[in-house]
Design a protein around this ligand. Structure first.
Ligand code: DAT
Ligand code: MG
Length: 160
């Protein structure tokens, strides 16, 4: 199953949680064929926000970003599957919902750059997925299991 096991970090931001979008967003990844291996509702504190968004610490929007991401609970997840990091980014749309195509998560649910509903690891930043998974999850919070529908999702996963 080697090329089906890429893991990526995804989180519904405070605006998405408050707007009741967790279920819809989880459904989209399930329907795509990705496997959920970890999930939790949590409150991000200042320190975690700074660690997570460290790459943006010198940007003018950094303080607002930290304030927003700590303003309410987030729903943190780890999803696994072939090319998972890049595929999730595609499903999210662009950073700015206004530039995001209908059918993407940000294109369907957002209008404003600062409230763009979802975070996903950057596929162009090598290792960002593993770093973010480590930052948000302990190893024992991630579950190893076989998803029975994998033989229908992947042509090379079984007998179908
Ligand atoms: P992405 O979340 O698509 O990976 P990013 O890593 O460049 O985007 O930025 C992280 C978040 O910061 C982004 O989801 C929304 C916010 N942000 C980015 N650029 C911004 C800007 N110019 N003004 C305000 N907020 C911004
Ligand atoms: Mg980013």
């Amino acid at each position: 199953m080697s090329h089906h096991d890429e893991r990526t970090f995804v989180m519904v931001k405070p605006d998405g949680v408050q707007r009741g979008l967790i279920g819809d967003i989880v459904s989209r990844f399930e329907q795509r064929g990705l496997k959920l291996v970890g999930a939790k509702l949590m409150q991000i504190d200042e320190e975690l926000a700074h660690d997570h968004y460290g790459e943006h610490k010198d940007k003018p929007f950094f303080d607002g970003l930290v304030e927003f991401i700590t303003s309410g609970p987030v729903f943190a997840m780890v999803w696994e599957g072939a090319d998972a990091t890049r595929q999730v980014r595609g499903m999210m749309g662009e950073t700015d919902p206004a530039d995001s195509a209908p059918g993407t998560i940000r294109g369907d649910f957002g209008l404003d750059l600062g409230h763009n509903v979802i975070h996903g690891s950057d596929h162009e930043d090598e290792g960002a997925n593993e770093r973010e998974i480590d930052l948000f999850f302990d190893e024992d919070e991630l579950v190893d299991y076989d998803l029975s529908n994998a033989v229908w999702v992947y042509e090379d996963a079984g007998d179908h």
